[in-house]
Unconditional design. Structure first.
Length: 186
């Protein structure tokens, strides 16, 4: 049962909301602007409604995987592994040659469902950094720093290693955005 849960977690991550939203609007988001299948690109290309639908769909799949794991009474580490797999499934969907979104909305759904109090630290870190940098991309880094700090502080580091792995992949996928945001600050 556990192996099936992990497999389905990855498969659920493969559901690309931006792909569906783009098709509904007659747009192939893989050929527009950043060519990314995420909420930010959907919003940039199509508009606020597309951003909202994509964000909701992608975050809900993250929360769904965590909720399903809890309903099935899996151990917390097993659920955290499922949460990691849904994020990686979003970023690396097999049916799109492993070229998906950047994982932020799915991570938000996962983070809120796993531990709202830990995720609150992500929000606080993002808000503080945003007030200084005025860059959502750079503020995400501040959010991750405080989130990881909260994980370490609450002695959940070992438990959350799979999420930290997913965050590492998210940062790699955001590297060009981070470099661009830093260049604008010079």
């Amino acid at each position: 049962m556990l192996g099936l849960y992990w497999f389905l977690s990855y498969i659920i991550g493969n559901f690309m909301t931006a792909y569906v939203v783009g098709k509904a609007y007659g747009v192939n988001l893989q050929e527009e602007r950043s060519e990314n299948l995420g909420a930010r690109n959907a919003g940039s290309v199509i508009g606020k409604g597309a951003f909202l639908w994509t964000f909701l769909g992608d975050s809900l799949k993250g929360a769904l995987v965590v909720g399903a794991g809890r309903l099935l009474h899996f151990e917390e580490l097993e659920i955290v592994l499922g949460a990691c797999l849904v994020i990686l499934g979003h970023m690396f969907p097999f049916w799109l040659k492993f070229n998906g979104g950047k994982g932020v909305a799915t991570f938000i759904g996962v983070g809120l469902a796993l531990s709202p109090s830990l995720f609150f630290m992500m929000v606080v870190g993002t808000a503080i950094t945003l007030s200084v940098t005025r860059s959502l991309t750079l503020s995400m880094l501040g959010g991750f720093v405080l989130y990881v700090g909260a994980i370490v502080y609450t002695d959940k580091f070992i438990l959350y290693i799979p999420i930290l792995v997913a965050i590492s992949f998210m940062l790699i996928k955001h590297m060009s955005n981070i470099k661009e945001a830093l260049e604008r600050r010079k």
